[in-house]
Design a protein around this ligand. Sequence first.
Ligand SMILES: Nc1ncnc2c1ncn2[C@@H]1O[C@H](COP(=O)(O)OP(=O)(O)OP(=O)(O)O)[C@@H](O)[C@H]1O
Length: 229
Amino acid sequence: MTESKENLVLETRGVHRTLGEGIDKVHVLRGIDLRLERGKTYSIVGPSGCGKSTLLYLLGLLDRPDAGEIWLAGQRVDHAAEAERTRIRGRRIGFVFQFHFLLSEFSAAENLTLPMLKHLPIDRETALERARELLGLVGLGDKTARKGNQLSGGERQRVAVARALANDPDLILADEPTGNLDYQNSKALFDQLQALAHELNRTILVVTHNLDLARACDHCFHMRDGLFE
Ligand SMILES: Nc1ncnc2c1ncn2[C@@H]1O[C@H](COP(=O)(O)OP(=O)(O)OP(=O)(O)O)[C@@H](O)[C@H]1O
């Protein structure tokens, strides 16, 4: 893969992570080197238990490595103070999980404006306008006022994708984003993620067991026993 330093959004160097105590102790990640470029889509596949979610947690600044370095957009983030990590997480990383975690008592648009108002210097009107625009991008322009429980599973996942884009993050991390959807909805959601990454020049890293979807990314990493093959 050709890459330049300016295009590098995320880099890890020799990342290790051990979890558990005593006889349950597992050396989960054994020296992960990863380089992700702006505007590209990446997937990680590998057998259950090989360390995919553990890595995603570290990259999402929800956990810290025992050794190694993590750099996001040129800034070393694994060593940063917790308050700074929270700020970076809210501002520069978007998450899409298997279960959408939308706030069902709020409308689709409000589910997007809440993180914007928390992390961006933006007023309510502008946030709402941006929310409607993003929901339009994922094909939900006519359902912005619907509450979470008035949307289908596929629609909720699309709101989750729009929400992940809300703060214009450098990196979007997705853990089995299509895991609870049927084939048609999975494919549609995945195609949308791909198109958005390319159109908006955003980087997406997806962990999935769906090999068809994984192979559709610009690059697919194969993980085994805490290392890339
Ligand atoms: N808190 C913990 N304490 C001890 N071991 C843990 C802990 N969390 C995870 N593990 C172990 O770490 C290993 C990696 O787990 P991880 O969830 O990263 O795997 P995964 O590749 O995402 O698996 P899956 O595809 O099933 O989601 C597994 O062997 C798991 O049992």
